[in-house]
Design a protein around this ligand. Structure first.
Ligand SMILES: [Fe+2]
Length: 420
């Protein structure tokens, strides 16, 4: 139910409280539906915050009355934090909305996406972030992005209960760096990576695997299994979520983002590229093939710059997804996982071709960059061992890419003209 609170009432009620305004431990904005008319707002509370409900106040910029809505809450896995979630609908496109978490709360704001590309749209993408190294996020903010797009391997908690604090650090990085000085919270979209999963093989002591009975007891105690995405589904609302880590998000009829799962969340393990996801991918790409800006983002690269070209998932993506990207008009795909910077030549049917797809990555937003063992492969056009983000600016007929490192140096660029 949505209620209205007038400005004078609000001041009166706020005056009853004293001290520092409430400010949640973490704030995370994302989209599950149309980015022009909706916003999903998550915020975390801790036991120190006492009993707080999931009440959220919001108002359009320029209006004085707050609307009050109540969301849902669920537990942060293996933590005493609570995740509160409100999914705002029926908003106006390209509009600023102010929000707060009750009358005693600090105020923030967001902006909805436009319905078309009358004005340029900008986002910054990358992957392989870090629980405590956030310099790249601060640099990304200097470009005033509409949103951030990350392709997996986020906090490196490995789905392990004892590493939950790495998630706290990761969310701290967002709060400290991806909110502007005047309080604009930048929405974030994420894909899944291998470090979002729990792995039995990680249960080691002095380099030795645990005895089997200890593993069994540990899994039972924490409700774990090999390959469980322990935190991911609770921490992130996601477009089209039905316990699958893939989805598509449409921005008007000018852009679609395909958030894909490169062999991570699957039973049996390491097989999510094929089967249902590939069938789904073909259907959603086909429906959108006439749109100018189609961007798949996923964790493991089809065209790696560090790991082997012949790796299991790398090969599977080239066999099962790349022909679909080529068939339905993708011009650029965002890849991650190798902790390097690469930009490939345009590639079609396994060869360099002017009308091919450029693969950009390879995921080093916060991780130490690697040397690039595969950087001399035929498909690599530009390689750097560098922390980076890719700033993408879209107009109706152009895609402009600026690659920037964590010191703010712009070290590569690329432009694609889209023909009608
Ligand atoms: Fe990875």
């Amino acid at each position: 139910m949505i209620m209205l609170v007038s400005c004078s009432q609000s001041r009166e009620l706020a005056g009853r409280t004293s001290g520092v305004p409430f400010d949640p431990a973490a704030i995370f904005l994302t989209w599950q539906h149309d980015p022009a008319t909706t916003m999903t707002i998550d915020w975390h509370t801790t036991p120190e915050d006492g009993q707080r409900g999931s009440e959220l106040h919001f108002r359009k910029d320029g209006e004085t009355d707050w609307k009050v809505t109540h969301g849902n809450w669920h537990g942060f896995p293996h933590s005493d934090r609570i995740i509160h979630r409100v999914d705002l609908r029926r908003l106006e496109p390209a509009t600023i909305y102010h929000f707060r978490f009750g009358e005693d709360s600090k105020e923030y704001h967001f902006r909805t996406m436009p319905l078309d590309l009358s004005d340029p749209v900008r986002f910054v993408t990358g992957g392989d972030t870090h629980h405590s190294r956030h310099e790249m996020s601060a640099v990304a903010m200097t470009y005033d992005p509409d949103f951030i797009l990350w392709g997996g391997d986020l906090a490196y908690a490995n789905g392990t209960p004892e590493r939950v604090e790495m998630w706290y650090g990761w969310f701290d990085g967002i709060k400290e760096n991806l909110i502007s000085e005047d309080g604009r919270v930048v929405p974030i979209l994420v894909a899944i990576g291998n470090h979002e999963l729990f792995g039995v093989r990680r249960l080691q002591r002095d380099g030795e695997a645990w005895p089997e009975e200890e593993i069994e007891a540990y899994l039972t105690e924490h409700n774990l299994w090999d390959g469980k995405a322990t935190f991911f589904f609770d921490l992130f609302a996601f477009p089209g979520r039905q316990e699958a880590a893939w989805g598509v998000l449409d921005f008007g009829d000018y852009m679609s983002l395909f958030l894909l799962d490169s062999d991570h969340n699957s039973v049996p393990l390491y097989q999510s590229v094929t089967g249902a996801q590939t069938g789904w991918l073909e259907a959603v790409l086909k429906e959108r093939q006439d749109r100018p800006h189609l961007f798949p983002i996923y964790h493991v690269p089809a065209y790696p710059s560090h790991r082997s070209f012949d790796g299991w998932t790398n090969t599977r993506i080239r066999e099962h997804w790349v022909p679909l990207f080529e068939k339905y008009g993708v011009r650029v795909a965002f890849e991650n996982h190798d902790h390097t910077y690469k930009r490939t030549h345009p590639i079609r049917e396994g060869k360099i071709s002017e009308d091919g797809i450029v693969y950009m990555g390879d995921g080093s937003w916060g991780r130490n960059p690697r040397s690039g063992e595969s950087s001399d492969q035929w498909y690599i056009n530009r390689f750097e061992s560098r922390i980076h983000g890719i700033v993408v600016t879209l107009t109706a007929d152009r895609q402009e890419y600026i690659m920037v490192d964590d010191t703010g140096e712009e070290f590569d660029s690329y432009t694609i003209t889209i023909s009608p």
